[in-house]
Design a protein around this ligand. Structure first.
Ligand code: ASP
Length: 330
């Protein structure tokens, strides 16, 4: 019989009714959740309630704890799969951190949560957890990186995003779709994800902030962030990686001082590219030292830039290489 470790961290999937009629996310222990998945003894499941938090309270120190726990479980042997239950609001951040640091070739790691509380009519809590357990016990889930299992769809943590604040199909990989699906306990694996190489788990994650680009952006916000001494910045750029005109003076000053700046695209899919020759276009900023980042949302790019900065100790060309996709067809 396959042996699955469940690490519960809180979120809606672990909610109980609050005194004022709303939900208290994270209050339900993992054991109670697993007890209702109706697995009928088909899997041996061990549960650890690692945190009982809403996911807006999960960040760098919790990511490190989870990554180290997963490594201990893998190195300790005897575990065939790992399931992490998590609030959906920051599930894509936790999943992507783990995706950057964990090798899943021996033991699959699957994250899930729910949009509806367990006590709601038609809750997805137990169905999502059950599908995640079934996926984590499937040998075809090995080596795909961290998987997000939700509403019978299976996504790569590299591309998944929360796309609905409330509906049961809350996650998608825009423009790419799921890797596969779960149906009656069967994992239908339809495509394998491209992945970036693994990075070490740092003792302390550097501070990387996100500057969201938009039409009419004022200089003041960029100045405030760039002058506040972050370790790095990710610009959620416009289209192919353009930056609001008003930000250029502060940005060039920061780049000239060696601040690591990554520029990704705020579009839902497609690479950044040095296509243009006008002020604020990606080429100008790459010439000044910025790194163009493709195929990662700003939230994911921020995590990878922080991990890369920790690993490369100031070597920006090595940091740049940490964003190199090596496609099979390249
Ligand atoms: N607010 C909740 C959280 O992220 C949402 C959820 O779990 O679905 O903790």
């Amino acid at each position: 019989m396959k042996h699955i470790a469940v690490l519960s961290t809180g979120g809606t999937i672990a909610s109980i009714p609050g005194n004022e009629g709303r939900a208290v996310a994270g209050a339900l222990p993992g054991e109670d959740l697993v007890a209702r998945t109706e697995l009928q003894g088909r899997l041996k499941v061990q549960v650890e309630s690692v945190f009982q938090k809403a996911s807006n309270a999960i960040g760098a120190s919790e990511w490190k704890t989870l990554a180290e726990k997963c490594r201990q479980l893998v190195h300790g042997g005897g575990v065939d799969g790992i399931v992490i239950t998590h609030g959906t609001d920051t599930m894509e951040d936790t999943a992507f951190y783990l995706h950057c640091v964990l090798d899943t070739r021996e033991v699959p790691v699957v994250i899930t949560g729910s949009q509806r509380v367990p006590h709601a009519m038609g809750s997805d809590a137990y169905a999502n957890l059950r599908q995640a357990l079934e996926l984590a016990s499937n040998d075809h889930a090995k080596g795909l990186g961290i998987l997000v299992s939700f509403n019978q769809s299976v996504f790569s943590a590299g591309f998944v995003r929360k796309v609905s604040s409330f509906q049961l199909n809350g996650f998608d990989a825009p423009g790419l779709g799921p890797l596969g699906m779960m149906d009656e306990g069967v994992f239908h694996l339809l495509q394998r994800p491209s992945m970036l190489h693994l990075l070490p788990i740092p003792e302390k994650l550097p501070r990387v902030d996100i500057l969201p680009g938009y039409g009419g952006a004022h200089a003041a916000m960029a100045e405030a962030v760039l002058e506040s001494a972050p370790d790095g910045v990710v610009i959620d750029g416009l289209g192919r990686g353009q930056v609001p005109l008003a930000w250029l003076p502060a940005l060039h000053t920061a780049l000239s001082k060696g601040l690591p700046v990554g520029i990704c695209s705020s579009t839902f899919h497609g690479p950044t590219h040095e296509s243009y020759e006008y002020p604020g276009a990606l080429h100008e900023l790459v010439e000044a030292g910025a790194i163009g980042i493709s195929h990662l949302s700003a939230r994911k790019a921020r995590i990878r830039l922080a991990l890369a900065l920790a690993a490369r100790e100031g070597d920006l060309s090595a940091v740049k290489a940490d964003f190199d996709w090596r496609f099979a067809g390249a």
